[in-house]
Design a protein around this ligand. Structure first.
Ligand SMILES: Cc1ncc(COP(=O)(O)O)c(C=O)c1O
Length: 400
């Protein structure tokens, strides 16, 4: 049995010299991020399980005090129920299979997102069939502002969300049918614009006013979704406090509680990926590593942020950054698409057998990894500490 707990990442290299990539998870980082949300966000913080459904990460989230969860599938419902039977679950995938809604109802889920009348009727019929009174169910109407985009990284508005007029109708209809009803939105993942939350909350105010009258009587919840960013060294993302301030200003417009369901923000900085260089040809700027876009880097081709990186000798000593150069990093599969999109700045002395630590790899990494080419996703181990990332201002350190 291989050990799965190490004091630090260099200690892991020194003692194991792992030939396969490892996700090095620090529960202390999760505790810090959860504490930051719980101290600063003006309402309940749920966690979007999809960002990292590894049971060890989920356990750390629960131990840090999270009790509500955004789940996207029956598998995530089962996962959270097994870890915390009393968890409050919000099935906030706006489009759900009827079988999964029935499963969720039987599992005690009483909160569902929707963005159209068909989904509302589907949930209403299944709840009636299951004997669950409408007054016990919260319907979260997902709306969008087609003109606004919180981030260029993920345009959720293209896939989900009712236009404001339609959202008002849905809210009205949900109340008419006797449901508890709320509004929700998602400004896009790794959203760098705190004001996007306040703008969307103002739109929510208009939508709710139209549906329920100026005092918005009967609006039960405003869920501002996820999208809170993690901070890349030199990346320019604003502190979470600025986001909380924007939400607090928006919340002043509402008589009901406000909640959020971040995924990335609670876990991204809790994991470093440790990868080994399987080949550097003599004098070449190409590095071939033992992970790639079909594993932990699946998200990279679609987003404009890059993990910071630093290098270690085969024995686990941090390599000095006096002489650095840009390297092109290729993944472990035979596929020519399997390449990290931007060159990475690393010590020129790096060679076959050296290790690279990629930081901020806790969200949408193992969650989306595949077994392409027969290569299993990296194993997760825990570490007592991860070294901080230093970054200048302006340019991101890792990419050209
Ligand atoms: C409904 C919903 N809530 C929350 C999240 C979490 O988003 P993020 O990781 O950007 O915070 C997502 C991400 O896809 C989502 O679809």
């Amino acid at each position: 049995m291989q050990p799965d707990h190490f004091p630090s990442l260099p200690a892991l290299i020194a003692s194991q010299k792992p030939s396969e990539a490892r996700l090095c998870f620090s529960p202390a980082h999760v505790r810090r991020r959860v504490a930051e949300f719980q101290a600063g966000f003006p309402g309940c913080t749920a966690w979007a399980v999809k960002a990292n459904p590894h049971p060890v990460v989920l356990r750390a989230i629960i131990d840090a005090g999270i009790r509500e969860f955004d789940v996207a599938s029956r598998q995530e419902i089962e996962l959270v129920r097994a870890a915390l039977p009393a968890a409050v679950l919000h099935f906030n995938n706006p489009v759900k299979a009827p079988e999964d809604i029935a499963h969720a109802l039987a599992a005690g889920v009483r909160s569902f997102a929707l963005d159209c009348r068909e989904e509302l009727e589907k949930i209403a019929a299944l709840a009636a069939g299951a004997g669950v009174p409408a007054r016990n169910i919260l319907l979260n109407v997902r709306f969008k502002d087609a003109a606004a985009r919180g981030t260029d990284n993920y345009n959720f508005h293209e896939k989900f969300g009712a236009a404001p007029d339609e959202a008002s109708h849905l809210l009205h209809r949900a109340k008419e049918r006797g449901f508890r009803a709320g509004l929700t939105f998602h400004p896009g993942s790794q959203n760098r614009n705190p004001a996007a939350y306040e703008e969307m909350m103002r739109l929510a105010h208009t939508i709710a006013g139209r549906a329920l009258g100026p005092d918005m009587a009967g609006l039960d919840l405003l869920n501002v979704g996820g999208g809170f960013p993690c901070r890349y060294p030199g990346g320019g993302e604003q502190p979470l406090a600025h986001y909380f301030d924007a939400v607090r200003r928006g919340a002043a417009l509402f008589p009901c509680p406000v909640s959020c369901e971040p995924g990335r923000a609670l876990v991204a900085d809790s994991i470093s990926l440790l990868a080994r260089i399987n080949l550097r040809r003599s004098g070449d700027s190409r590095l071939y590593i033992n992970d790639g876009i079909y594993g932990s880097f699946m998200e990279l081709p679609f987003v404009d942020f890059r993990p910071p990186a630093r290098a270690y000798s085969p024995g686990g000593t941090l390599l000095p950054e006096e002489a650095v150069q840009l390297f092109h990093i290729w993944g472990a599969t035979c596929d020519s698409l399997d390449k990290i999109p931007a060159p990475v700045r690393l010590p020129a002395s790096i060679r076959t057998g050296s290790y690279i630590e990629f930081g901020l790899m806790g969200a949408y990494t193992n969650a989306t990894a595949t077994h392409f080419n027969g290569i299993a996703p990296p194993r997760l181990v825990t570490v007592d500490r991860l070294a901080a990332w230093e970054g200048g201002h302006g340019k991101r350190r890792s990419a050209s």
